[in-house]
Design a protein around this ligand. Structure first.
Ligand code: ADP
Ligand code: MG
Length: 734
């Protein structure tokens, strides 16, 4: 073959390897229709999905040892000869194969549970490789359920075994086998990253990176492979987002708002406080984005209680001055009502017409509000998800404010924005996300950070208590009540009352059992997460507190089972001081402003994420008086208390979130239920911050030079972005 022919053949094979990525998984040898179905359950339908289905963990069996030298507690691989093999059945359904394995230095005992067939496959005298953890029991070194292979088999080499997430009959072993085949099929695939970029960012090639992720020869190879793949995930997403926002901006006719009008000035005069300098900066940034004749997305990031709402008010007043319309979308009824009343007062003084629309607005009021919104007489509409309904039509919507934006999915955001021709958007959030990630998720975006709280004067002290000492928290609440203040008691979502827990704890301690029950951290995203199942526990807890602890004051109860009116009534009575202690089941319903509440007690605090707890405690310490927060841990164990102790040390929401995020998986952070981000499988936003920055910068540069990715050098890149985000168009929105 001539050199030219050889190179054509090579190019052909590279292209077919690349195309193989998008074959359905059933094309892979070893994947039957039944297996393909099981893979579907894992979200794996194409070869691309398969090779991107990375191992959950690795078993490093590269350390070879002898029976004598193998350190107890370590994981290692031992080669030996079977001295004896026995099948025991201590119980009918518990077959155990026990092998005495000897090498030149001594013997270890290998036990394999529920694998009776090993007795048929292995006989005395066979040479074996076993790999696992060395234990010491009953006078022998042992391995329980190790990896076992006949030493003569080709694969019996000390190696690293990847463990992929599996399902039912689709075991990790089957997945390993199929991954091998798939990786062979795509070996030699084209690298979509231009060579110059790879050199600049020091990234290895795609094919080898994929193979290494699945079958590393040493653990030391992994970081480099991972870096390459993290980078490409980020680059592809950013390219996609940026192209999408280019498309959206095409043909739109964004408004240049009046930002120095009479209503805005009236609103400013009506404020009961002076803005902090950060609020002023954020307000100016919002107004500047509204004034510009282009679609502007602005995000205000600030901890709970930093005063973000008032910034939205300025934007909405500017919209009224312009003669167009704005909406303020809030995630819960309680919040929407609160905005309706606090902003409503300001708007009344500024001459901005406004209305509140929620799920519990009466039919008649609703019809009236919809009519006024549709004919343009209403300047500002505040509301919940009710705003998203199809019959909510604006006359001229030019500004959309989304409060607690992390609580809305991309689709909901897109739906809200679609009610205007080319509205500007303002997102308020207490979720600290790095700048570049915000850019990734929203396309073009300007940001304001608010770090300081307006009431610097009031202090807030946080104490973590083991369950047994929760009396100290109740005492603090009693003291507060005597001073005319109020207290929150937040109960976990799923749970038993304090009394039941005491009982359970005494039983457990009585038996001297050491195992601590595993409590998953509850992630709370929307009202649906609050099943009614917790109502009974909260009711019992409220009754317990009323009868045994706070006998002199009224204990109120707020939970997801109440109607909106009932909730509003409880909140009103709490705010008015008629209710001294409010037991709440839900974090969200506590998302309200009662400055005279100075004590917050969170029961079973270890069931919440740190950021959620931090958000929760933001509900006290808003007034003039100092506040006390008690996080009562259900667990006596060190790690739970230690994790909570971060909240004693730090009051910086960003720092806390970062710590929290470092403990969690990426999917939880990226707003989980959002499409598009599902393509980020490896990225960790805390650890990979530098790569996020790099990929963002590179995506911008690439599109600046080649907006439609038409250059030959970008062909593979364009195809990759298209294939990965196939079907995602118009779903992602910002
Ligand atoms: P968040 O950022 O959590 O949404 P809010 O907008 O609800 O915070 O504001 C929290 C409280 O602080 C409200 O009672 C609000 O009226 C008050 N507030 C906001 N800005 C100031 C300020 N500059 N000075 C004094 N109080 C303020
Ligand atoms: Mg708020």
């Amino acid at each position: 073959m001539t050199a030219a022919k050889a190179s054509v053949a090579l190019a052909d094979s590279r292209i077919s390897a690349t195309l193989a990525l998008d074959e359905p998984i059933a094309r892979v040898a070893g994947v039957s229709a039944a297996r393909a179905k099981l893979f579907g359950k894992l979200g794996v339908t194409t070869v691309r999905d398969l090779v991107m289905h990375f191992p959950r963990r690795y078993m490093d069996l590269t350390a070879v040892a002898t029976a004598a030298s193998a350190p107890i507690g370590s994981t290692c691989t031992i080669f030996g000869r079977v001295h004896e093999i026995k099948l025991k059945r201590p119980r009918y359904n518990l077959p155990i194969v026990e092998i005495a394995l000897v090498d030149a230095t001594g013997m270890i005992v290998v036990s394999a549970f529920r694998q009776p067939w090993l007795k048929e496959k292995i006989k005395a005298g066979d040479a074996l490789m076993v790999a696992g953890r060395i234990e010491f029991n009953y006078g022998f070194k042992r391995m329980t359920n190790p990896h076992i292979e006949l030493a003569e088999s080709k694969s019996a080499q000390p190696r690293i075994i990847p463990v992929h997430s599996a399902t039912g009959k689709l075991t990790p072993a089957v997945i390993r086998m199929v991954e091998e085949v798939a990786l062979d099929a795509v070996a030699g695939l084209l690298d979509p990253l231009p060579l110059a970029l790879r050199a600049k960012r020091d990234l290895c090639a795609r094919g080898p990176a994929l193979r290494t992720m699945h079958f590393p020869e040493s653990m030391a190879e992994l970081p480099c492979a991972r870096k390459r793949l993290v980078y490409e995930e980020l680059l592809f997403l950013q390219l996609f987002m940026m192209q999408e926002s280019q498309l959206r901006a095409q043909g739109a006719c964004p408004r240049a708002h009046v930002v120095d009008g009479a209503k805005l000035r009236l609103l400013e005069g009506a404020l009961p406080f002076t803005l902090t300098s950060e609020q002023v900066a954020a307000k100016d940034a919002v107004l500047a984005s509204l004034a510009a004749p282009k679609i502007a997305n602005h995000m205000v990031l600030g901890d709970v209680g930093t005063g973000k709402t008032v910034i939205a008010a300025f934007g909405l007043a500017a919209v009224a001055d312009t003669g167009s319309q704005g909406v303020l979308l809030a995630p819960t009824e309680v919040l929407a009502r609160q905005h309706g009343s606090t902003l409503g007062k300001l708007f009344d003084q500024a001459g901005v017409s406004h209305a509140l629309l929620t799920g519990s607005t009466s039919k008649q009021d609703r019809a009236d509000i919809l009519a006024r919104f549709a004919d343009g007489t209403l300047d500002v509409l505040i509301g919940t998800h009710a705003l998203l309904e199809d019959d909510v039509r604006a006359h001229d919507l030019t500004f959309v404010v989304i409060d607690e934006q992390q609580r809305f999915g991309v689709n909901q955001r897109a739906k809200m924005l679609a009610k205007g021709a080319a509205p500007d958007a303002l997102y308020l959030t207490a979720t600290p996300i790095p700048r570049t990630l915000a850019l990734t998720l929203f396309g073009d975006l300007t940001l304001s950070y608010i770090k300081e709280r307006p009431h610097a004067g009031a202090g807030r002290r946080t104490t973590v208590l083991p369950h047994g000492q929760r009396g100290r928290a109740y005492d603090a609440a009693k003291r507060a009540l005597e001073e005319g203040h109020q207290a929150f008691v937040v109960c976990p979502l799923i749970g038993v009352s304090t009394e039941e827990r005491d009982e359970a704890a005494s039983k457990r301690d009585g038996h001297g059992e050491s195992g601590e029950a595993y409590h998953p951290v509850v992630a709370i995203e929307d009202d649906d997460d609050f099943a009614l199942g917790d109502v009974a526990a909260a009711e019992r807890q409220a009754a317990f507190l009323q009868q045994k602890v706070f006998v002199d004051t009224e204990v109120g109860l707020l939970h997801g089972g109440l109607t909106a009116d009932e909730k509003a009534d409880v909140m009103r009575r709490f705010a008015a001081g008629e209710i001294g202690v409010l037991v709440a089941t839900t974090v969200i319903e506590v998302g309200v402003d009662v400055p005279s509440a100075t004590v917050m007690i969170v029961e079973d605090a270890d069931r919440f994420g740190l950021s959620q707890l931090h958000q929760l405690r933001g509900r006290v310490g808003r007034g003039e008086a100092d506040a006390e927060v008690y996080f009562v841990s259900a667990s006596q164990k060190e790690p739970a208390l230690k994790r909570l102790a971060v909240l004693e040390r730090s009051d910086d929401g960003f720092e806390i979130a970062e710590y929290d995020l470092s403990l969690r998986r990426e999917g939880d952070i990226l707003g989980n239920r959002q499409s598009g981000t599902s393509a980020l499988k490896l990225v960790n936003i805390v650890r990979d911050r530098a790569l996020i920055e790099a990929a963002h910068e590179d995506a911008e540069a690439i599109l600046a030079a080649d907006p439609a990715l038409e250059l030959p050098d970008h062909a593979a890149l364009a195809r990759e972005v298209r294939m990965i985000y196939k079907g995602e168009h118009a779903k992602i929105g910002g």
